[in-house]
Design a protein around this ligand. Structure first.
Ligand SMILES: Cc1cc2nc3c(=O)[nH]c(=O)nc-3n(C[C@H](O)[C@H](O)[C@H](O)COP(=O)(O)OP(=O)(O)OC[C@H]3O[C@@H](n4cnc5c(N)ncnc54)[C@H](O)[C@@H]3O)c2cc1C
Length: 407
């Protein structure tokens, strides 16, 4: 298959998903806002979302992300890319289709490294959408973009480990259905830098786990919540160490590649929606006797948005194609490149769409302000821009390591 072919089954899902978005998801956005307002609790699980989940399941638009046929349709990354892009157009669609971060990454971890017990207790209900999960790596006390700094202590005591430390930004941990955390911490401070950390499965209600607060993001309390969590003498049985002691880095490499590119696919969907809103608004609002769209600078923004979207889409597809053909590890340079490019470019397009909307752009009458806040966090979450650029630069410089200075 060439990189640009869309398989028959991906095309089928695409058509079905587009129909589902039009018939159910976009109309649900206003209902969602209404139900959330009435509940007065930012972490409320509104009935409309459960209705969307049931409908998506009924239509077979469920777990499309999962690469293993045993657990989902088994689509390749290249097949999934246009589908994730469509879901990215509405903040409701990823959870409606059970394709939302961080659960997708956690489901992949449980699939690859979980025991039979983990699969029964966590993977199956996650795949059914009845529970949610969080991933706790980042810590307030250390610069966590260098994950070797992560220091929550995991000390062996007989058949258990005892966990002490503080995490923050554990997304999803305030979701009312969240039951489980995957926690990264330090089991052996003396080991080689990439063998010091391990990942463990910790029920969110384990004694000693305290969710302290939900961190606001640009003033928003996201529904899933980004939690600060304290761990005080939390006892974890050895059987709940994923893959084995010292394997934390190996697992995060496996987990973060797909998770990152999924964010990029959805960011393209957000950019497409922003461009659509920008064009609609600019065509219908009149200033100084003509539509806003008649101004050359606005047309320039629209043209640039189209060019930029096409570029990031192609790079995303290339990264997805490489993940499918040579593997996530070999595709890391392209993944790093798109993880920088997609959020930045989508952010620029959303920003211009906001500008074209005037004051309305920063209200919640349009999905633009929320999209901007979310995209801005993507320049940090799953690795800040600078860390991905570091990966890229090191890869480029490697080509010149034998170059001698002229003298
Ligand atoms: C909305 C949101 C959701 C998140 N969800 C999760 C989650 O579910 N689970 C989780 O564990 N974490 C999560 N995070 C945390 C995120 O992954 C971290 O914030 C990120 O990895 C950066 O770590 P840090 O905040 O400790 O920044 P630091 O490590 O303190 O870095 C600060 C800044 O230093 C700069 N920097 C770092 N290294 C270099 C370098 N080599 N060269 C130049 N500049 C550099 C970068 O600009 C970086 O932003 C989330 C964050 C946000 C905002």
């Amino acid at each position: 298959m060439s990189m640009f072919d869309i398989s028959e089954r991906a095309e089928k899902y695409r058509a079905q998903l587009l129909e589902f978005m039009d018939s159910h998801v976009y109309p649900a956005e206003a209902v969602y806002d209404e139900q959330m307002r009435a509940a007065g609790d930012p972490h409320f699980q509104p009935p409309i979302l459960e209705e969307l989940k049931a409908e998506a399941q009924r239509r077979g638009l469920w777990n499309l992300f999962h690469p293993y046929a045993e657990w989902g349709p088994g689509l390749t990354n290249l097949e999934y890319a246009p589908l994730a892009e469509i879901m990215g157009r509405s903040h409701l669609a990823p959870e409606a289709c059970n394709c939302n971060a961080p659960d997708t990454g956690n489901m992949e971890v449980f699939t690859l490294f979980g025991t039979d017990e983990h699969k029964e207790k966590y993977l199956k209900p996650l795949l059914a959408g009845t529970i949610r999960s969080a991933f706790a790596m980042t810590e307030p006390a250390v610069a966590s973009s260098d994950a070797t700094n992560v220091e929550l202590s995991m000390v062996r005591d007989g058949d258990e480990y005892v966990l002490n430390g503080r995490k923050w930004f554990a997304s999803n941990a305030l979701h009312p259905n969240c039951t489980v955390l995957i926690v990264m911490g330090k089991t052996d401070p003396e080991a080689a830098p990439h063998r010091q950390q391990s990942m463990m499965v910790v029920p969110i209600d384990a004694p000693g786990v305290t969710v302290l607060r939900g961190l606001p993001v640009f003033g928003y309390q996201d529904r899933e919540g980004h939690a600060e969590i304290d761990f005080e003498n939390v006892r974890v049985p050895r059987k709940d160490v994923l893959k084995g002691e010292g394997e934390g880095f190996a697992i995060s490499q496996a987990r973060l590649g797909p998770g990152r590119i999924h964010h990029c696919m959805r960011a393209i969907g957000m950019a497409e929606r922003a461009l659509e809103l920008m064009c609609r608004r600019a065509s219908t609002r009149i200033t100084f006797g003509k539509p806003i769209a008649a101004n050359a600078n606005i047309q320039d923004w629209i043209a640039e948005a189209r060019i930029d979207i096409e570029m990031i889409r192609l790079l995303t597809l290339k990264a997805a194609y490489l993940m499918d053909t040579v593997g996530n590890k070999e595709a890391r340079t392209e993944i790093a490149a798109i993880k920088v490019a997609a959020p930045n470019i989508a952010l620029k397009i959303v920003d211009r769409a906001i500008q074209v909307h005037g004051g309305a752009g920063v209200t919640d009458d349009f999905p633009l302000a929320m999209a901007w806040a979310h995209l801005r966090t993507l320049r940090l979450a799953d690795g800040p821009d600078e860390v991905h650029k570091r990966t890229l630069a090191r890869q480029e410089l490697r080509k010149y390591r034998d170059v001698k200075a002229d003298n």
